[in-house]
Design a protein around this ligand. Structure first.
Ligand SMILES: [Fe+2]
Ligand SMILES: [Fe+2]
Length: 283
């Protein structure tokens, strides 16, 4: 199965670029859009339906989909528009296409990357637009780091249950937030900007190591885990197990975000120079 993989298209901050069409479009079976397509997920679904009417699309919301919106309401509206179409909006849900299981969620983060959840949540509350521009509780409240953490925990529980289910073929996870440790060297003492990485990454690599049945089923890690949010490309195999009995070969973790731009004349190209608008991954 050929997957056309991308994220962080940020159409709201893009001029003069569109999804490749016609002959410029690669051959693919399923398109994967790992969040930050544009604010309001229902508009994202419409944008995808106009451009990709004849192939399955897996779409998860990024943080930007909820800007200016209630985070649950925009998801509901997106699902209403996507119902019965080829676009699958996943939030703690999975869909099977052929023998491949696709499981998706926004994910958010555990703020635990540097071991001081409260400090990292306070820094994120102060510095991130997410905690100014998103509403929750039917617009009644401002979305806060504690809401993000609660959502992360629900998604983590969902993902672990997926890894322990019987399945006929490969599993592809699609999240917006990153599931791994970043390659970072912290200053001493760490600067608040560096600690902000805890709002981008959670170390979920223990879900990439096979584990025996503890009564909930054996844990078989994902074959491929696609994420976005960081605006830099990544492709590496993480986890696995040397134990041939468990048979773990690890999870290929991959990110292909465009980021902001182009926005000529000031930004003639897109933000992530490694973005490949025709990236195909075979599963
Ligand atoms: Fe983004
Ligand atoms: Fe994002």
């Amino acid at each position: 199965m050929r997957l056309w993989v991308m994220s962080d298209l940020h159409i709201e901050l893009t001029r003069g670029w569109d999804l490749p069409s016609g002959d410029a479009r690669p051959q693919f079976d399923v398109m994967i859009v790992a969040g930050d397509l544009m604010p309001r997920a229902e508009r994202g679904v419409k944008w995808l339906l106009e451009r990709v009417p004849d192939r399955h699309v897996i779409y998860v919301m990024g943080n930007h989909e909820a800007y200016g919106e209630d985070i649950d309401r925009t998801l509901e509206k997106a699902k209403e528009i996507a119902a019965g179409t080829n676009v699958h909006v996943l939030e703690n849900e999975s869909v099977r296409i052929g023998d491949v299981t696709f499981a998706g969620c926004t994910l958010w983060t555990d703020f635990a990357l540097f071991g001081d959840e409260r400090r990292e949540m306070a820094i994120a509350a102060e510095r991130m637009n997410d905690f100014r521009k998103i509403r929750t509780a039917r617009y009644a409240e401002r979305f806060r780091p504690a809401h993000a953490l609660a959502r992360h925990r629900r998604s983590r529980t969902f993902l672990e249950a997926e890894f322990r289910k019987d399945r006929p073929g490969p599993v592809v996870i699609v999240t917006h937030h990153a599931c791994r440790r970043p390659e970072l060297r912290l200053s001493d003492p760490p600067a608040p900007d560096e600690l902000l990485s805890a709002a981008y990454y959670s170390d979920l690599t223990n879900l990439m190591v096979p584990a025996p049945d503890d009564g909930r089923g054996a844990l078989r890690p994902a074959d491929l885990w696609i994420h976005g949010h960081t605006h830099s490309s990544f492709d590496a195999v993480i986890g696995g197990a040397p134990d041939a009995v468990l048979g773990g070969t690890g999870t290929r973790v991959l990110s292909n975000p465009k980021g902001y731009g182009p926005w000529p004349p000031r930004e003639p190209s897109w933000e992530n120079q490694d973005f490949n608008e025709k990236l195909i991954i075979e599963i």
